[in-house]
Design a protein around this ligand. Sequence first.
Ligand code: ZN
Length: 232
Amino acid sequence: MIFMSAQKTYTIRCPQCGHEQKVELYESINVAQQPELKTALFENRLNRVQCKSCEASFRVDKPLLYHDADRNILIHWMPDTAVSREEILDEFDKSMEELRKVLPADIEPPRVRLVFTRAELVELIFIIEAGMEERVVEYIKYTIHTQNMKRLPPAGKQLLLNIQDSTADELLFAVQDVATSGLEDLLRYPRTAYRGVCDMYRKKPDEFMELFPGPYISARAALMEESGSEEE
Ligand SMILES: [Zn+2]
């Protein structure tokens, strides 16, 4: 199954001067066919617009489908700026049913994931490309939050795995403030402990599936659901 890279025309208002212009933005990218679009995403150049009036440069976040045919994965980035995450999840379930209907029976369906922010999208791509298991990574975040509830309340802080700066001995997690998106701190987590959690996952995958059923696999979301607090 192939999703082609595709663009769509939007009328966008400049956040600096209010000038309106029509722009072409990607609504899906096929990175097996066009790896340069993945590079653009990583370098924060994808769906970036320059205002024709005041020349301000800004990124426009619209729903984006990231397809990696080589790894048979589809990641939907659904920015939650206009509608609530609950509405997005409902809409997402419907579109997954549609996808299952049109898939030929002899084709292995792709893994499908949902993310809400660009940081989550980039993090997930790195996790997949490193051959790591997302549910194990989120489980580790879950335990870090649980052991540091005062310093890392899930309502206000998000952990992001930084694979690029992790070492052979330690995984590096960045602490992101949810409200400002600013990165505040770094946490180190031993690889030996990561491998221990991988062993747990291999022995009891059901427990991990139950904690993170997907398509949005997130320690923060799981913890907030447990505590009954609503996503802003
Ligand atoms: Zn402008």
